[in-house]
Design a protein around this ligand. Sequence first.
Ligand code: SAH
Length: 349
Amino acid sequence: MEKADIKSYSKAELGVFLKALGEKEFHASQIFRWLHSGVSSFEEMSDLSLSLRGKLNEKTRITCPVILRKQRSGKDGTVKYLWELSDKNSVESVLMSYQHGNSICISTQAGCRMGCAFCASCKNGLARSLEPSEMLDQVIFAQKDENVKISNIVMMGIGEPLDNMSNVIKFLDLINTEGGLFIGHRHISLSTCGLCDEIDILAEKRLQLTLSVSLHAPFNELRSKLMPVNRKYPLELLMRSCKKYFEKTGRRISYEYAMIRGVNDTKACAEKLTKLLKGQNCHVNLILLNRIKESEFLPSSRETVSQFMSILTDNGIKATIRRRLGPDIDASCGQLRRQAIASSEVQTI
Ligand code: SAH
């Protein structure tokens, strides 16, 4: 029988599990603390009896990713990790340091099936979704490896978080538990390509997350070309879900807009975007497209981005141009994993 993934258990589930083993429930807090501090074996849990450690080892396993590659930007110190998971799949994370603290961008799936035309993450399709423990591990082990405290998390790495909804919700619960990393939801952003049904479910949970919505185009025809998800959930439905999300949670939506030269950076696009977002309490993040090998798309010029932003702000839409971190280490979604797959260093299923 396959051993259970113990780090994906909540404290309450650990308690139930311990009881079933004939052990005292109070050990759950000790075990939880050890797991979330990044131990790789039960032997390290020195305040547990040898017999309990033996039982845990017999029935469960501790996930512990291996660093396949690590790159540090010479420009801004951003660190990018390529992790190997226990089944040899790989995912990426990017650790960024800001004045207000350290932030990590984590992956939620190995690969992606959303098929956005400009994104490197989906080019090999979806291998599998990550377990809650595997999302946690990216934070735990980056923190340990760099000897820093991470205070903010963005779920903007490889994968579509809302295509892995139940594990993402579990992760959000685990990371906000005392004794673990204990990072509040206000310090976490979740980025989605716009799965409306799942946005609606998330809204009902009333978590205090920041929801980032990858918009990238204000016209359905263009958005459907860039992002196939728009065929299922066109802009009218997306805007309806976003407004509902704000009403339920009181959290303003952050819209991501990657500027692609001659594609979505025209005056007509800026004007239409203004109309689309009028009256919403939201924020637009303009990002310069990162060039990827697999597509012909180019980033817009800085001048075009400034003009685009002016149209938004002149019309009362809050917008900023996002600073690019780690430009010399391909610090955007999926590029390292793609390179590694291409050079067959890592295996996909
Ligand atoms: N699936 C989620 C989260 C992962 S992608 C989503 O779609 O939001 C994280 C962000 O990076 C998204 O806004 C995505 O559209 C953007 N992105 C992907 N490839 C990019 C590229 N080449 N340049 C700039 N942004 C990109």
